[in-house]
Design a binder for this molecule. Structure first.
Ligand code: GDP
Ligand code: IMO
Ligand code: MG
Length: 428
């Protein structure tokens, strides 16, 4: 297998960073294809913990090529802050180990401002975005007024596009939202300085990724967010602004579907969500609080407390379908160890019928009642398991149910945040 996808099967924060790091060991290239620095991917290597937002998790190895694909929205300020952070912890980022697509859209200061203003205007109906300017940047991309990395590489083109944009955005900010105008000169000077720092990293990455696959190199596509945050298949409008599902790889990396061999869905052994929006299996009781504390469920990017609930197989089945998952990697099975009983949602009751797919309409979803199956719990010792045989029998039953319900095998079980706390069950 030479090209494979790692993506979130729920609402993000499933452990994609950890699993990318684990699976990247024998990959040559790691590619981010959507999202931006709204992502927060944690990787633990030995006793060190790294938090990545924009740069692919393969950067922690010193022999991988990391790619920021055209489908990503890139905030240069965040990029250079992340490069400095990595340098500070001994990880060097150079044009040898990181390349950026010339087609990538740039997040501009007005995108961040508009993200904040629009959220405020939504009042109680706010999405709970990360405030990084993701939505407004993708809006400009689709509206065809966005500024791309290739524009930044051509000073005159950049200045012209920036002028048009600042003028238009200032009108919106001041006249529609009563906000403060941004300074064209400040943004221009800031971004032209980034241009010079960025130039050596900029490449036509689609060509490089393609050539690597054709040469038999292993390429890992690292997803951000998760299936239910997908702009089309998520809980719209409580979603992010990109395609987080497997189809997003083709668009966001410029690679045809026939070149991709497998797709691993990362599924947490329970469910979490950060931000607003529906969440059928959410727990509002002590168990929910216990899972949050035990699983350190606080956002990597915003520090917000994550909402916690039981595992939802309807979500995993949907995820397996829309991304054609070849397997699941189940993470954090150790976090819910110690509970006497563990529940799992095996369908939604809607108007007297039980359904096993995720409805499009939030109104229908609100009327769905989760149907639960209860399992006996397992103990904390699971974090020391290193082979499938060492996994407690009750946890195995829990895992088997996931496979049966979704019709998708489990290839990896993760029993802790570190690289060595990973059990390889079968091929991905
Ligand atoms: P991502 O956004 O999908 O990369 O996930 P996050 O990094 O936002 O959140 C996952 C958290 O769970 C991180 O703190 C990881 O270190 C941690 N983690 C990943 N896998 C496991 C696991 O199997 N067990 C435990 N206890 N923690 C894990
Ligand atoms: P990783 O890659 C969890 C959520 C936000 C909000 C919605 C829209 O770490 O799994 P946005 O800023 O993207 O416009 O916010 O999406 N969100 C995430 N939730 N994990 C993430 O990334 C997320 N990235 C965005 O909380 O509900
Ligand atoms: Mg995260």
């Amino acid at each position: 297998m030479s090209a494979f996808i790692v993506l979130g099967a729920q609402w993000g924060d499933e452990g994609k960073g950890k699993m990318t790091d684990y699976l990247a060991e024998d990959a040559n290239v790691v590619v981010r294809f959507q999202g931006g620095n709204n992502a927060g991917h944690t990787v633990e290597v030995g006793d060190k913990q790294y938090k990545l937002h924009l740069i692919p998790s393969g950067i922690l190895y010193n022999d991988k090529l990391n790619v920021i694909g055209n489908g990503v929205v890139l905030d240069p300020k965040a990029l250079f802050e992340e490069i400095d952070y990595l340098k500070g912890v001994g990880v060097n980022v150079t044009p040898e180990n990181l390349i950026i697509s010339d087609r990538t859209q740039l997040i501009m200061p007005y995108h961040r401002v508009l993200d904040g203003i629009k959220e405020k205007c939504r009042g109680k109906k706010d999405i709970g975005t990360t405030g990084k300017g993701i939505g407004p940047c993708y809006t400009d991309k689709m509206e065809r007024s966005g500024v791309r990395v290739s524009d930044l590489m051509h000073k005159e083109v950049f200045i012209e596009k920036l002028k048009e944009n600042v003028e238009m955005k200032n009108d919106i900010i001041t006249k529609v939202f009563n906000g403060e105008a941004l300074s064209f000169d400040d943004i221009c000077a800031e971004y032209l300085a980034y241009a010079e720092k960025m130039r050596a990293f900029v490449k036509d990455t689609s060509v490089i990724v393609y050539d690597n696959i054709k040469a038999g190199k292993k390429v890992l596509f690292e997803g951000a967010q998760g299936t239910l945050l997908d702009i089309d298949y998520g809980t719209y409008p409580y979603v992010t602004s990109s395609n987080t599902i497997a189809g997003g790889v083709c668009i966001g990396a410029g690679i045809g579907p026939t070149l991709i061999n497998s797709a691993v869905g990362i599924a947490k052994a329970y469910t979490t969500r950060v931000g607003k929006g529906p969440f059928p299996t959410e727990l509002f009781d002590e168990t929910g609080d216990w899972i949050r504390e035990n699983g350190h469920e606080y956002g990597v990017t915003t520090g917000r407390a994550r909402r916690c609930g039981w595992l939802d197989l309807v979500i995993l089945k949907t995820s397996a379908r829309v991304s054609g998952l070849t397997s699941f990697a189940v993470t954090k099975i150790d976090t819910i160890a110690g509970l006497e009983k563990v529940k799992m949602c095996v369908g939604y009751k809607l108007d007297g019928k039980v359904i096993d797919y995720f409805p499009a309409s939030l109104e229908d979803l609100a009327r769905c009642e989760p149907v639960y199956e209860e399992f006996d719990g397992w103990d904390k010792g699971i974090e020391n398991a290193r082979t499938y045989n060492e996994i407690p029998e009750n946890a195995k039953k829990y895992l088997k149910k996931i496979e049966e319900f979704t019709g998708t095998k489990i290839s990896i079980v993760s029993v802790g945040p570190r690289r060595d706390q990973t059990i390889n069950v079968t091929d991905i």
